[in-house]
Design a protein around this ligand. Structure first.
Ligand code: HEC
Ligand code: HEC
Length: 482
């Protein structure tokens, strides 16, 4: 048994917390001091909400009990929520949804509107090129009547389950969304999808015009949902969510669901674990595979033969060009996702404290100081909002599935560095600034491309050095990765 596993299993142990509301119309108070980082311990109560109109459905001063997780979810919402008139049950659902959106399933990186502050939370409008003249644009998920999310709850569930693009209204065949990571999200529990929907209904409405797609004519079709996990090394039946009478069957922390939607055949991984550790493993598997979509960025190629590419599961190698407006800020031009689970991957060496420091501080905590910040788009600023028990669960899961025999390994290229002048460059990243492309070049000597900043080419007569790729090579490198 692994000594690094944490024994305290807080998974699903949701401590009831009292949130004081002045009648059901009162807004929930501002964030109280976070108790988030104490596993299972509740944070201090938020300060009382601003006085609500006297509750129509409740008396002034009524106490609404919501779970610690939901309360934390409400606290980490980056926008003020319209909670007027919500019942305790609805408040619980919104809090759970906010937790999923703002701590685990990072919707914001794709769905926040680009541009200067203030944050246009989930306003959509970010364009994703699909090659050639094709592109799709992230949709406005806010409740704006004209330009926002218009799907019913049932349609929203269908989007998550099957990928169906409800914006295709020309009577043609159904098409699937192409950038939206529904292939991971489809394994969420129905309750979690509904919670996200409930949260999206109470965020501030934003008007975003001009959202349009130019999909290829042969866009993929939606995939029917069968309650069978068919995506991984082993096919499994999902645990039923309701019984024959339609009564919900509880699965605290979605542990059983996590064990079912695990991309790897987990028979060996959980064999020697205590029941408590299996609970953590299952919770971690759920968070990683159905919500956080770590594999979407850390597996390259992401899928193989219509399944998760488990032979290269989270061995890194996807290339992420830093969006030009962010380059001078982040000081990077291109980043390759890290090898997490290969024989030389992060989890082969990192213990729990290093993992926690990596996520909560957003730095390469496994490197000697000074530790560079994690490159874009690693969503550590979202994941750091997870409660400690969930971060521990993610660690337990990834630590256990590290080291599967036969999994390929990859040597990840160093990050390509943005520069304005030679002063921004050094021998490690290349001493010379290519001021046209704003990238440090000429690292010398190099033995092969893998010594060079990502997508640069190791070439030259005699002593070789790293140079910028041609436009064609660069496009190929970004598309293929490692
Ligand atoms: C990797 C980027 C990305 C992430 C992460 C992402 N989305 Fe999307 N989403 C998109 C894009 C782009 C579209 C529309 C075009 C497409 O994918 O074909 C879309 C479409 C949607 C739609 C369809 C809307 C409609 O009106 O038909 C919904 C609903 C949605 N996203 C919700 C979410 C939620 C909720 C999350 C977080 C849990 C999320 N998305 C995370 C990129 C993303
Ligand atoms: C949107 C893409 C994306 C998602 C989703 C994502 N990552 Fe990352 N991650 C990256 C990139 C890119 C890097 C490399 C950053 C760098 O080298 O500076 C990275 C780096 C890391 C590192 C640092 C490794 C090291 O060697 O220091 C860890 C640990 C990590 N990710 C874990 C995770 C986990 C766990 C998840 C899911 C809970 C996840 N990532 C989800 C893109 C992503």
């Amino acid at each position: 048994m692994n000594k690094l596993l944490v024994s305290a299993v807080a998974v699903g142990a949701l401590v009831g917390v009292v949130v004081a509301c002045n009648g059901n119309d009162g807004a929930v108070g501002a964030a109280g001091p976070g108790g988030a980082n104490g596993a299972g311990t509740a944070g201090g109560n938020g300060t009382n909400g601003t006085n609500g109109v006297n509750g129509t459905n409740g008396e002034a001063g009524v106490q609404v009990i919501i779970s610690a997780l939901a309360k934390h979810g409400l606290e980490i919402s980056p926008v003020t929520l319209n909670l007027a008139g919500l019942t305790g049950e609805q408040l619980e659902q919104v809090g759970q949804g906010s937790y999923l959106v703002n701590a685990v399933a990072d919707c914001g990186t794709c769905h926040n509107s680009a541009g200067p502050p203030p944050l246009k939370f989930l306003g959509g409008g970010t364009q994703f090129p699909l090659g050639g003249t094709n592109y799709v644009t992230s949709r406005n998920l806010t409740p704006d009547a004209a330009t926002g999310l218009k799907l019913t709850e049932a349609q929203f569930i269908e989007v998550f389950r099957t990928g169906k693009d409800f914006a295709i209204t020309d009577g043609g065949a159904d098409q699937a969304l192409m950038v939206m990571p529904w292939e991971a999200f489809r394994w969420m529990s129905t309750a979690d999808i509904k919670a996200i929907y409930a949260y999206l209904k109470v965020i501030p409405a934003l008007t975003t015009t001009g959202i349009a797609d130019a999909k290829p004519s042969a866009a993929p079709a939606p995939v029917p949902f069968t309650a069978q996990f068919t995506d991984g090394e082993k096919t499994r039946t999902l645990p039923p969510e309701v019984d024959g009478q339609g009564t919900p069957i509880p699965d605290p922390g979605n542990v059983l669901r996590g064990l079912a939607v695990d991309a790897v055949d987990n028979a060996k991984e959980i064999l020697n674990l205590t029941p408590g550790e299996v609970g953590q493993y299952g919770r971690g598997a759920y968070l990683v595979n159905a919500l956080a979509d770590c594999s979407g960025c850390h597996t390259n190629p992401e899928r193989a033969g219509g399944k998760v590419n488990f032979a290269q599961f989270m061995t890194g190698g996807r290339v992420f060009p830093t969006p030009p407006p962010l380059q001078p800020v982040l000081k990077t031009t291109r980043v390759m996702s890290a090898n997490l689970l290969g024989p030389n991957g992060f989890f082969a060496g990192a213990n729990l404290p290093i993992f926690l420091a990596t996520i909560t501080q957003g730095v390469h905590a496994d490197d000697p100081p000074p530790q560079a910040p994690l490159g874009w788009p690693m969503p550590s600023r979202v994941f750091r909002n997870m409660v400690l028990s969930d971060l521990e669960a993610v660690y337990t899961y990834l630590h256990q599935v590290q080291g599967v025999p036969g999994r390929v390994d990859k040597v990840i290229n160093p990050t390509a560095i943005y520069c304005a002048s030679n002063a921004d460059c050094n021998a490690t990243v290349g001493p010379t600034c290519d001021t046209t492309n704003h990238e440090c070049v000429s690292k010398t000597p190099c033995g092969s491309d893998s010594d060079c900043p990502v997508c640069q080419v190791c070439a030259g007569a005699g002593t070789k050095s790293c140079s910028l790729p041609t436009a064609t090579l660069l496009a190929g490198c970004i598309a293929a990765g490692l």
